[in-house]
Design a protein around this ligand. Sequence first.
Ligand code: SAM
Ligand code: DTB
Ligand code: SF4
Length: 336
Amino acid sequence: MTTQKSVENHKKLHFIKPKEKLKENNIEKWSKKEIKSLFQLPFNDLVYQSHVIHRANFNPNEVQLSTLLSIKTGGCSEDCGYCPQSARFDTEVKNEPLMDIAEVLASAKLAKEAGASRFCMGAAWRGPKEKDLNSVKEMIFKVKELGLETCATLGMLKEGQAEELKEAGLDYYNHNLDTSPEFYGDIISTRTYQNRLDTLERVREASINVCCGGIVGLGESIDDRVSLISQLANMERPPESVPINLLTQVEGTPLSNIEKLDHFDFIRTIAVARITMPKSFVRLSAGREIMDDGIQALAFFSGANSIFYGEQLLTTGNPDIEKDKKLFNRLNLSTL
Ligand code: SAM
Ligand code: DTB
Ligand code: SF4
């Protein structure tokens, strides 16, 4: 029964103020304790707070659309335990060479016609070789000429490569931290957390927008989610774009049979990302195909304002464009 007392208690709910203070005297903007206390809030209290912060910083009825294309699929040397493109796992993904520029441009044109504003090119590499980088630079230049924002995710970058990409017209570089530093070694052994931070630093230094987030549902603990958010939110400048992926379980990968995450825990992660990174675009990324419309609507309410749009992610499926358009209409969402 709702008593007057319980109503009064909720009015007193401690409201977390968005913090925009820069790192001063090495004091973290968000302590792990504060982040954990967000994850532990009752669900309604958390999504209420994240929504209020969302509408203070963004139009809550707008969603940005990015379309992905795998320009180099499969045969990857790395051992990321979630990934169907690693050559070490027996999955249905085949090793294909780098796509032709003409094919990439044809896809980009279709993405633009369908309403995407950004085109993201992904390659199953540890990092790009110089010859490959030249081809990708040409792709970036030509995709940008179509009037699309450009994004690339090519793995680790060496000194000077980010500058080359910037010169070609790259707007965003996606490189995820994936999980907490503590849990990372359980998922990937072929490159370190520090390697990832170094690449992100190179992207920043080259004045390319940073797109960096992670995956939930890898078997990590709540403390690992806290620690991932702490890494992202406490960067000197938090990423402009924060993709939150729900693990897509692919047969043949080591994580194919792991216990499935409760989708409300996915929403909690979106909400905490929104509260701790109030000015960033938070992307509801992999996993939409297995989420019902209600969960997606809740993700938008909680602060997600970007999605991957188009039938395919890299090697796995994503909702049909027509299905997404219906969802936007039902929720009166306009797209960017
Ligand atoms: N090879 C490059 C790299 O790893 O940096 C770029 C492409 S990689 C596929 C980009 C990101 O996709 C990964 O860092 C990971 O966050 C995400 N990803 C890959 N497989 C996934 C899966 N099965 N479920 C959810 N996210 C996934
Ligand atoms: C990101 O955070 N998620 C995208 C994109 N960045 C490159 C990739 C999701 C991949 C899902 C598995 C696949 O389709 O291969
Ligand atoms: Fe390779 Fe990237 Fe997949 Fe890791 S996530 S195996 S680096 S394609």
